[in-house]
Design a protein around this ligand. Structure first.
Ligand SMILES: [Zn+2]
Length: 409
């Protein structure tokens, strides 16, 4: 992609009303643009990151469920049935010009549970799991912290359906937790499984927390096994439910996912039943598993940055390679662009061919944070290119033919 033709402008302006690192760097780097508080345009550069995150999530979720797509606009009756039309304070409510009322979905139990009624009849149909990656809404009184708490955001939500508590437990522990761990590993995040209060559903739910300097949650991490507890359920000196140790360290975390055993809360409200082996009718049990993909993008930026800009993990970087062609070496740079595209793929190279100073190009490359920076300048000998990893101190000059080998190393 030639940067001179790309829908991208970096900026030095700091967002006046949002001091979070992710808001600052993502807006300055030209990834997102604020439309209103908590609502962003994802510009081409930002959309590439989001799509890479969502593709990783999709690949791992396909192993434990089927993808579907549910609407944003929900009938009021469904939310009245579960008591959440009044009970959920952040529910976004809209009134049409014809006087009908709707909810904009912040989560989809009210839609997926009735949808399952036509699929689930017998114990033979269970277990089942479906998920979607969808735009969600929350009527936040004060949206701030960039992508961490939006009014409109993207989320993967998976729902599982079971004939018994044991089956729900097994799916939760042996399918959902390993799938979540695979996602975070591929995203380059060390996410800690964290016990949180289960609300009305069960004793515990779990959150995944990433340790960040400015994290909004206080968590306590077991010094032996890394199991964590959210502040609201932590008791000093409590035994770790995983390893039995009683020493914990306090730290700050940002939540990147949450999983719940819903039990029969929603299936009861919609009378979602199945016929068991003995012919009796029973209520289906459910679990739900959320992962905010735009939020994860914000947390990655909070975690991986320095004074100059973002340092994207390779798996989610908008491009693999940022090629800078400096003044006086334009033709050579264009040739190198072709060769580098052949090695790394047509869509993985951003080529800074703009008529701006070397200083501007270097500063923008650091701000945008693509993993590998290549420079072609009059100082670099013919047939060679200067390579620098975004988080490395020094660059090296190498023959173009050796690039693939060096970058893979
Ligand atoms: Zn432990």
């Amino acid at each position: 992609m030639r940067q001179s033709k790309y829908f991208l402008k970096t900026s030095k302006t700091t967002p006046s009303d949002d001091i979070s690192i992710n808001a600052k760097l993502l807006e300055q780097g030209g990834f997102v643009q604020k439309v209103l508080a908590g609502v962003y345009d994802f510009l081409p550069l930002g959309l590439r990151v989001l799509q890479k995150i969502e593709n990783i999530v999709r690949e791992e979720m396909d192993k434990i469920g089927n993808e579907m797509f549910m609407p944003v606009l929900h009938p009021k009756e469904n939310w009245e049935k579960t008591g959440r039309w009044q009970g959920l304070d952040v529910l976004f409510k809209v009134k049409s010009q014809h006087g009908n009322e709707y909810a904009l979905g912040p989560t989809h139990e009210e839609i997926v549970t009735p949808a399952a009624q036509s699929i689930v009849a017998s114990y033979k149909d269970l277990p089942l799991a479906v998920y979607q990656i969808q735009t969600k809404f929350r009527d936040e009184p004060r949206a701030k912290s960039g992508l961490l708490r939006g009014r409109e955001f993207r989320m993967k939500d998976l729902y599982s359906f079971h004939s018994s508590a044991e089956d729900l437990e097994e799916y939760y522990n042996k399918k959902a937790i390993p799938a979540y761990e695979a996602v975070y590993k591929r995203l380059g995040l060390n996410a800690l499984l964290t016990e949180a209060s289960g609300g009305t559903f069960s004793k515990y739910s779990h959150e995944y927390q990433v340790e960040t300097e400015n994290g909004e949650d206080t968590i306590y991490v077991c010094e032996k096994c890394n199991l964590s507890k959210n502040k609201e359920i932590y008791q000093e000196g409590a035994e770790c439910t995983n390893c039995g140790k009683t020493t914990w360290r306090e730290t700050k975390g940002s939540e990147v996912g949450n999983i719940f055993k819903l039990q029969d809360k929603y299936s009861k409200a919609f009378n979602l039943q199945f016929t068991d082996k003995d012919g009796s009718k029973k209520i289906v049990l459910m679990g739900c598993y959320g992962l905010g993909t735009t939020r994860v993008m914000g947390v990655i930026v909070e975690k991986f940055n320095d004074a100059k800009g973002i340092i994207w993990p390779e798996a989610v970087a908008p491009f693999k390679v940022h090629l800078l062609g400096l003044s006086g070496a334009e033709e050579r740079a264009a040739k190198v662009y072709k060769e580098v595209k052949n090695v790394f793929g047509e869509s993985e190279v951003l080529f800074d061919d703009r008529e701006v100073s070397a200083g501007v190009k270097f500063a923008d490359a650091d701000l945008i944070g693509i993993p590998y920076r290549l420079v072609v300048s009059p100082k670099v000998p013919e047939g060679q290119v200067e390579v620098k990893k975004r988080n490395a101190e020094k660059s090296e000059t190498v023959p173009i033919g050796n690039l693939a080998h060096i970058l893979k190393k």
